[in-house]
Design a binder for this molecule. Structure first.
Ligand code: NAD
Length: 241
């Protein structure tokens, strides 16, 4: 497959390496001051565009590619309203293809689904108290992580006895789901959900070894976008793996 990369930063470079390992060819790399114009990608023969840039430019980048009839996979975060506008546009255009995800890691997406199923199952065992933890590198600015919040919201949606998540540990309020955020060294990301009873505990953990998982997921999404039109999510893609 011939791929064009829009945004050639840390993710763009990692996607290039993984795409080449999977036998694809990178025919264009567009960054802030590139000579190649984004409106030329169609003429250059790109099969799919992978866009990992910055929130302020992601909408214009993706729109320019969709206007040329190119399938687009975007992982840029922080432009949710624009994503919804483009999804609506792509749904109204026959043959257009657009996949956006805030987290392309296949493992994280499987973990999110396992978490949802486990929360549903554990509704039958209310004697287990739930707690969560997330560990990341010391440079991370936000806490809890976006993934931890997504996990917590899925649990809250299943459990009528829980009303909110809290950063307070061992809260007296039994309607609160505690999330502990730990910051250590260069840890890429560990998320755990623990169900504890008086006699045992069950823990579901996802541990990332690096950022490669995001890049691999984005390339898998590009392979999917090349053969599927319309608006898709990682959940659709996982169903086909
Ligand atoms: P980065 O800062 O290393 O790279 C961003 C690149 O975009 C830079 O090289 C910058 O020069 C370039 N850029 C700026 N303006 C541009 C323009 N008009 N056109 C093309 N490129 C332009 O950041 P990163 O770590 O590569 O992350 C990029 C984005 O991906 C961020 O929004 C980040 O949050 C997101 N991200 C998403 C996932 C996921 O799984 N969805 C995973 C990791 C990172």
């Amino acid at each position: 497959m011939k791929l064009a990369l829009v945004g050639y930063g840390r993710m763009g470079r990692m996607i290039e390496r993984i795409a080449e390992e999977r036998g694809h060819r990178i025919i264009a790399r567009i960054d802030r001051d590139s000579e190649t114009d984004i409106t030329q990608l169609g003429q250059l023969g790109a099969d799919v565009v992978i866009e990992f840039s910055q929130p302020a430019v992601a909408y214009a980048n993706c729109l320019a590619c969709i206007e040329q009839g190119l399938p687009v996979v975007s992982g840029t975060t922080g432009w949710a309203e624009g994503v919804e506008q483009l999804r609506a546009l792509v749904r109204s255009r026959i043959g257009a293809s657009f996949i956006w995800s805030s987290n392309f890691s296949v493992g994280v997406n499987l973990f999110l689904e396992l978490n949802r199923r486990m929360a549903r199952l554990m509704c039958h065992a209310p004697e287990y108290r739930i707690s969560m933890s997330e560990t990341h590198h010391i440079h991370k600015l936000d806490a809890p992580s976006g993934t931890a919040i997504t996990l917590a919201e899925a649990i809250l949606a299943e459990r009528t006895d829980l009303t909110h998540w809290t950063e307070q540990q061992a809260p007296e309020d039994r309607h609160a789901l505690p999330i502990a955020s730990l910051r250590e060294g260069e840890v890429p990301g560990i998320h755990s959900v623990t169900y504890r009873s008086a006699v045992d505990q069950i823990t579901l953990t996802h541990e990332a070894y690096g950022r490669d998982g995001f890049a691999l997921g984005a390339v898998i999404a590009a392979e999917y976008a090349a053969t599927h039109t319309g608006v898709h999510t990682m959940a659709d893609i996982l169903g086909t793996l």
